[in-house]
Design a binder for this molecule. Structure first.
Ligand code: NAD
Ligand code: MG
Length: 400
């Protein structure tokens, strides 16, 4: 019997003021013996970031601009908090790759998270990946960097964390080699699962953001409503588990209790179940390969009572089809899909376009933009920029 001395892990939380960031800090605060916050980042919510710094006492906090830094430093001084304030993308990359850091929660939303997440990967950290857009944009480069650096990549997306838990430990040998036939990626169907196509013209951002099962940031909420979220997750699953797009099937499961499944060649199908609360995958990844309390209530199967499954409707939700096409085309296509989607979602949230136009605009941009190889990060960002320009052109042409 040995005495196990566990070392306190130092964690950087990128996107600390967001939905995933706050859930991460909730789990961390339950285990002060295991985790200590090294750095936090925020974007527009400086006052919230200040409160988090006072509570968690990180060595560093990162904000986007000099204005925010001045405001945050004033607040920190007044509160007697010694946190040092850094600025911009350089600050994010610094706290992601700092030698003192053990694990990085990558929870910035969208393409803005790519460079900081890659900085964590390149420094060989344990990387808890919520920022799926980063992997979608740069999949091949991202996974190559993981292999080169020896970073440990752990999925936070509930579906991918479920798949990870249902896979054998040596799944990196390839799905065929470990007897996996298919990945079954579950989708709640979002708030418009039952909304007739004709009514989708008039849905509002508020309706799109009112998810039946999950409380999330606004961008991913709109993605869930359009099912682009499942499309991005399909691409994410292909990279994480080295799967071909045709080996990933989307299954609509409105209760969001099964978080995804793995179908083996002997007919066994393994699933991971739990209440829809992101603290479960967060705790799973933080403590992996151990298990810790997440604060999530035990699953009550009697109150769940039933589990339903449906095929996705790609007529009403064309984003899923567009994402599958981008996954098959590979190269720059996923980055173009992602960038067009980011512009479209923002325009929808600002009430400049209608909900079905999100897919219309992305399809037009994908048609216009040739698929090219993306061997460098610069090439990825160039494709991202061209797609954003084409998207803005679409908006201008349509008078928005
Ligand atoms: P959110 O909008 O609640 O939070 C986003 C965070 O990113 C905030 O902390 C914000 O300060 C920061 N941020 C925004 N724009 C930035 C920029 N330009 N530069 C630097 N920082 C910026 O979003 P969320 O729901 O927490 O989602 C975060 C990521 O996790 C997304 O990629 C999302 O797809 C993924 N994810 C979220 C959930 C969920 O349940 N919320 C589930 C699975 C995956
Ligand atoms: Mg998900």
């Amino acid at each position: 019997m040995g005495c196990h001395v566990s070392q306190v892990q130092r964690i950087t939380v990128l996107g600390a003021t967001g939905s995933i960031g706050l859930s991460t800090l909730d789990v961390i605060a339950r285990h002060p013996d295991r985790y200590q916050v090294f750095a936090l980042s925020g974007y527009s919510r400086i006052d919230e970031l200040l409160a988090l710094c006072v509570r968690h006492r990180p060595a560093f906090a990162v904000v986007p601009s000099a204005d925010g830094a001045v405001r945050l430093r004033e607040g920190l001084n007044a509160a007697g908090c010694a946190t040092e304030v850094l600025e911009g993308e350089a600050g994010l990359c610094q706290v992601a790759g700092a030698p003192e850091v053990d694990a990085v929660m990558a929870a910035i939303v969208g393409a803005a998270g790519l460079r900081p997440t890659l900085a964590a990967v390149e420094a060989g950290k344990k990387v808890l990946l919520a920022n799926k857009e980063a992997l979608v944009m740069s999949g091949a480069l991202f996974m190559e960097a993981v292999r080169r650096s020896g970073a440990v990549l752990l999925p936070i997306d509930s579906e991918h964390n479920a798949i990870f838990q249902c896979m054998p430990g040596d799944y990196s040998r390839g799905l065929g080699a470990v007897g996996v036939r298919r990945i079954l990626l579950t989708a709640s169907g979002g708030p418009f699962r039952q909304t007739p196509a004709a009514e989708l013209m008039d849905v509002t951002p508020e309706q799109a953001c009112a998810h039946p099962n999950w409380s999330m940031g606004r961008k991913i909420s709109v993605d869930s409503a359009s099912m682009m979220n499942k499309g991005l997750e399909l691409i994410e699953a292909c990279w994480l588990f080295d799967a071909a797009p045709q080996n990933v099937e989307v299954v609509v499961h409105p209760q969001s209790v099964i978080h995804s499944l793995v179908d083996y060649i002997d007919g066994s199908v393994l699933a991971q179940l739990g209440n829809p609360d992101m603290r479960t995958p967060i705790a799973n990844a933080l403590a992996w390969p151990e298990r810790i309390d997440s604060g999530v209530a035990p699953l009550d199967l009697f109150s769940v009572a039933r589990l339903d499954f449906q095929a996705p409707d790609e007529q009403r939700f064309p984003c899923l089809r567009l994402a599958r096409q981008a996954a098959e085309a590979g190269n720059s296509a996923p980055a173009v899909l992602n960038a067009a989607n980011e512009v479209a979602v923002e325009a929808f949230l600002e009430r400049r376009i209608r909900f079905p136009e999100i897919a219309g605009m992305i399809e037009r941009v994908l048609d216009q933009e040739p698929v090219v190889p993306v061997a460098t990060l610069d090439a990825v960002f160039a494709a991202d920029q061209r797609a954003r320009e084409l998207s803005r052109e679409w908006l201008r042409r349509h008078g928005r």
